[in-house]
Design a protein around this ligand. Sequence first.
Ligand SMILES: O=C(O)CCC(=O)C(=O)O
Length: 273
Amino acid sequence: MMWHFLKGRRHFMKLTISFAQLDIYFGEPDKNFAQIEPAVKQAAEEHADIVVFPEMWNTGYDLTRFAQIADPDGQRAKTLLAKLAKKYQLIVHGGSVATAHNGAYYNTTYIFGPDGKQLTSYQKVHLFGLMREDKYLSAGHEEDHFQIKGINATSVICYDIRFPEWLRTLSLDDSRIIFVPAEWPTVRMPQWRRLLAARAIENQSFVVAVNRVGSDPDNDFGGHSGIYNPLGDELLTLNDQPQLKTFTIDTNETDNARGFMPVFADRRPELYR
Ligand SMILES: O=C(O)CCC(=O)C(=O)O
């Protein structure tokens, strides 16, 4: 127990996060790309270390037109995100974008550091059948791990939060923050908040979630982006309007939670399946 506490102490630091809760133009990448720089600029003005965007912000769920509008190998998104991270000197968590690769389509996250270098990428692992993702997209199958100012972090996408075993797997690498870009419909907002809180408590991690707002032809999206501490408390919750909000956390809270109650050390993986 003491070892966990001391190990955690190395991570003490404050982290300032901007939540870019956007509306998304359905199937209109040019308009969506134009929304990104103003948000990164505002985040930099608010002294953020990292700005986070929602899921599939380049196209929305215009799945039947992906042959025309998905980003080939994510090149357009990667070029813009790298440029803005360097220009404004912060980490840009690019939410996720619709990408095309070798004739298949993916829901892909890219994250860039202030030096303009890519920190990680991630392809959504659990495809969401209710919004027909499984018919149009291919699933990813790899973990993503990266560091923010020396803190281990990981990132998933939307529906992935319904799979605690996946977020636990990603958290085993001493991850302290789980990022969750999303397009989560208004009708299931209560579950959104409870699932995010539960993932924070069980993994003794911060959860940083950024949902879109507005509507597409099939759904209304509920916003309520926010941050949950390792006890599951909602430290910040946005409403259902487009906005950017900035919030500072003390990442030492994960050390306190893990030192007090060592659930990672108490796991019995030999019993689980
Ligand atoms: O799990 C849910 O209720 C919503 C998931 C979702 O909208 C998504 O993965 O895009």
